[in-house]
Design a protein around this ligand. Structure first.
Ligand code: NAG
Ligand code: NAG
Ligand code: NAG
Length: 314
C-alpha cells in the first residue's frame, strides 16, 4: 500500500469509529430513558424523596416547631471535615458507615478491616449531634450533607433476630432473651434459644416507640419527615448509593465503602433466608408485624407483598 492511500484511509477510519460510537450512544438514548447512570440515580432519589414527603404529609408527621428531637439527635453522627451527617439505623450497614466516618475524620490511610467491630461501636471519637448546643446542631443540620439508609423492614427484622438472639452477646442472649422467654414459656429456665415466633410475638406486644433500636421502626430512629435527608440510601442498592454519598461529600477518590460482616462465616440475611423465617409465622402474626412496620413500608416504598418481593430479589 502506498503512503497516499494510507493518508486518505486513516482519517476515514477514525471518522467511522466516531460515527459508530455516536450511533451506539443514540441507540441507548432511544431505548433507555436515561442517558447516564448518574441521571438515573438522581431520578430514583427524587422518587424516594417524593414518596417520603407524601407519606409524611398524609400522616401529619411534619412538626411545626423546628426543634430537633433529642432522641433523634443522639442517633446522628457528625463528620466535620466533609460536612457529613449520618443517621444510624442498626442492621442496615451502620458499622461500616461508622468505620468510614472514622477513616474520613482521622484522615487515616487504613483499610476499614483493620478497625474492629467493637471498637467502632464503643469509641467516642465519632461525635454525635446531641453533644453540641442546640444552635450549633441547627447550623450543622442546615449546612451538612445528611444521609440515612433503609432496608426492607422484614429482612431487617430477621437480620436483627439472627444477629442478636442467636449469638452470645450477654445483653441480648441473656437479659433480653429472658424477658422474651418469661412472656411465653412455662419453664423459664429452659436454655433453648428464643424462637423467631417468640421474638415476633414479643415485638408485636409492645409499642413501637419502646422497642430496642435493632428492631425499632426506622422512621422513629431518624425522623425523616422533619430532617430533610439529602440522600436516601437503601441496603438493596448499598453499593451505588454509598458510592454517591462518598462522592457527594468529597471523600478521597480511593476511599470505598467496605463490605465487612461481623460474623463473617455466616451468610448475610438474604431474601431467601428472610422468607424461611417468615414461613414460621401464622397469618395473624404476619398481619400484626406488617402493621408494626407499616410506616417504614410506606415511607421507603417497600412492598408488603413480601413473597413477591423476596422472590424478585434473590
Ligand atoms: C417503588 O418501588 C417499586 C419497585 O420496588 C418501583 O418500581 C417504583 O418506581 C417505586 N416508586 C417510587 C415512587 O419510588
Ligand atoms: C450555615 O448555614 C447558615 C444558614 O442556615 C449560614 O448563615 C452559615 O454561614 C452557615 N455556616 C457555615 C459554617 O457554613
Ligand atoms: C430454675 O433454676 C433455678 C436456679 O438456677 C432453680 O432453683 C429452679 O428450680 C429452676 N426452675 C425450674 C423450673 O427448673
Amino acid at each position: 500500500m502506498n503512503q497516499k492511500v494510507l493518508v486518505f484511509l486513516l482519517p476515514n477510519f477514525f471518522f467511522g469509529i466516531f460515527l459508530f460510537g455516536f450511533f451506539c450512544k443514540r441507540q441507548k438514548n432511544l431505548t433507555g430513558v436515561f442517558p447516564d447512570p448518574t441521571a438515573e440515580w438522581l431520578a430514583i432519589q427524587n422518587d424516594r424523596k417524593s414518596t417520603l414527603a407524601s407519606v409524611c404529609l398524609k400522616n401529619n408527621f411534619r412538626k411545626l416547631s423546628s426543634k430537633l428531637d433529642s432522641y433523634v439527635a443522639s442517633r446522628l453522627f457528625v463528620e466535620h471535615k466533609h460536612k457529613f451527617i449520618y443517621c444510624e439505623v442498626p442492621k442496615v450497614g451502620c458499622s461500616n458507615w461508622k468505620r468510614t466516618i472514622f477513616i474520613l475524620q482521622e484522615d487515616l490511610n487504613t483499610e476499614a478491616s483493620e478497625i474492629e467491630h467493637d471498637q467502632i461501636h464503643q469509641t467516642s471519637v465519632i461525635k454525635k449531634l446531641d453533644s453540641y448546643p442546640p444552635a450549633r446542631q441547627k447550623e450543622f443540620l442546615n449546612n451538612y450533607t445528611k444521609v440515612m439508609f433503609t432496608r426492607h423492614p422484614l429482612e431487617r427484622l430477621v437480620s436483627a433476630y439472627r444477629d442478636k438472639l442467636l449469638h452470645s452477646e450477654p445483653y441480648y442472649s441473656i437479659t433480653i432473651a429472658n424477658e422474651m422467654k418469661a412472656m411465653f414459656r412455662k419453664n423459664k429456665n429452659s436454655s433453648e434459644k428464643v424462637s423467631f415466633q417468640e421474638f415476633v410475638s414479643f415485638i408485636i406486644s409492645r409499642r413501637p416507640e419502646s422497642l430496642d433500636i435493632h428492631w425499632k421502626p426506622m422512621f422513629l430512629l431518624c425522623d425523616p419527615c422533619n430532617i430533610h435527608y439529602d440522600i436516601l440510601g437503601k441496603y438493596e442498592t448499598l453499593g451505588i448509593d454509598s458510592e454517591h454519598v462518598l462522592r457527594a461529600i468529597g471523600a478521597p477518590e480511593n476511599l470505598q465503602y467496605p463490605s465487612l460482616k461481623r460474623y463473617s462465616s455466616e451468610k448475610r440475611t438474604s431474601g431467601a433466608i428472610t422468607l424461611e423465617y417468615l414461613r414460621q409465622l401464622n397469618s395473624e402474626q404476619i398481619e400484626k408485624i406488617m402493621k408494626m412496620y407499616q410506616m417504614d413500608f410506606f415511607m421507603f416504598n417497600y412492598t408488603m407483598e413480601y413473597k413477591d418481593y423476596f422472590s424478585l430479589h434473590d
